[in-house]
Design a protein around this ligand. Structure first.
Ligand code: ADP
Length: 297
């Protein structure tokens, strides 16, 4: 999406962001050797062109970034008040990304089937149009059958859905198909009335997901791999500037580390370090040099 952030009065800072994209950026910044592609649809306008160029400048593969001939990208405006509270306005109901499944031909799915991992979020699901969801699930099943690890972050945004029932139905399919899930406790609270990490794990257990990674803000990260439950402590950051994309940065770097063969505990450490760095910077994407420097320490 196009991100517009109010800085000083009458001035907007324009950048690009979106949960899955943010994760891809941080994965690639930490694991340059892992080929990372973005699957989305943009328009043919100038901002779409610039967005595509940004993907390339972040070393992301744009082979699956499609161009819709009439639609334009979604956009949001973010403002932080004197108390540090953020508010958002979105223009995304008619975005090019809503059409992405239309571009996912048999041939594209075949190419995606050669990957190691396919990551989507609750926001990806909400953005895909109702009538395109059955095709999306067919694609996910095909990728899974080809041995691609399916990864799902519920990232629940109530206003993107028609009803809680609709969300639950879609999430049930997502949890049934995924091999790794990375929920935040808050994400699932409204949907399933689960109020603790333990309750999240208990809720997800019947789905037999290989790897469950529960993010609990600055408190802890709890993981469950098979029957092994582990609690990982987080070093709280004192100077939190903007928590946008904390979870996304965590996801990207955690998944990169797992693809790189690291243990769950090392992957959590790296993911948490990335998230802790990102929340000390405004906006979703921290400046590259600042991020790399912090990760190298
Ligand atoms: P989101 O709401 O963006 O999904 P969370 O608030 O659960 O994400 O945070 C994601 C990750 O960011 C946490 O698992 C943790 O590693 C890190 N994090 C969040 N808040 C803090 C904090 N105050 N100090 C240090 N790390 C934090």
């Amino acid at each position: 999406m196009i991100e517009l952030r109010a800085t000083v009065p009458s001035t907007l800072h324009q950048s690009f962001a979106g949960d899955v994209y943010n994760s891809a950026v941080y994965l690639k910044r930490c694991f340059a050797e892992i080929e990372t592609s973005v699957v989305t649809a943009l328009g043919e306008d100038n901002l779409s062109k610039k967005m595509r160029e940004r993907f390339v400048s972040e070393q992301l593969n744009t082979q699956f970034v499609f161009s819709h001939n009439t639609k334009v990208p979604g956009m949001y405006y973010i403002e932080t008040d004197d108390e540090g509270e953020r508010s958002f306005i979105y223009w995304r109901d008619d975005s090019a990304a809503k059409k992405v499944v239309e571009f996912m031909s048999e041939d594209i799915v075949k190419q995606l089937s050669t990957g190691d991992m396919f990551f989507f979020s609750g926001i990806s699901l909400a953005v895909i149009e109702n009538q395109a969801r059955p095709q999306f699930w067919e694609i996910v099943k095909q990728l899974k059958a080809a041995g691609v690890k399916i990864v799902f972050d519920p990232n629940y945004r109530a206003r993107l859905w028609d009803s809680v029932e609709q969300t639950k139905q879609q999430y049930d399919t997502a949890f049934s198909l995924c091999d790794i899930t990375l929920p935040g406790v808050e994400d699932l609270e409204t949907l399933y009335n689960v109020k603790s990490v333990e309750a999240v794990i208990e809720y997800l257990t019947p789905y037999n997901i290989d790897e469950i990674v529960v993010k609990n803000g600055p408190d802890s990260v709890i993981t469950k791999e098979g029957q092994t439950l582990q609690s990982h402590s987080i070093t709280p950051v004192k100077n939190v500037v903007d928590t946008t994309s904390a979870g996304d940065a965590f996801n990207g770097v955690y998944l990169g580390a797992r693809l790189d063969g690291r243990t769950i505990s090392d992957a959590v450490k790296l993911g948490a370090k990335a998230a802790g760095t990102v929340i000390q910077q405004p906006g979703a994407i921290a400046p590259k040099d600042v991020f790399q420097q912090a990760m190298a320490q």
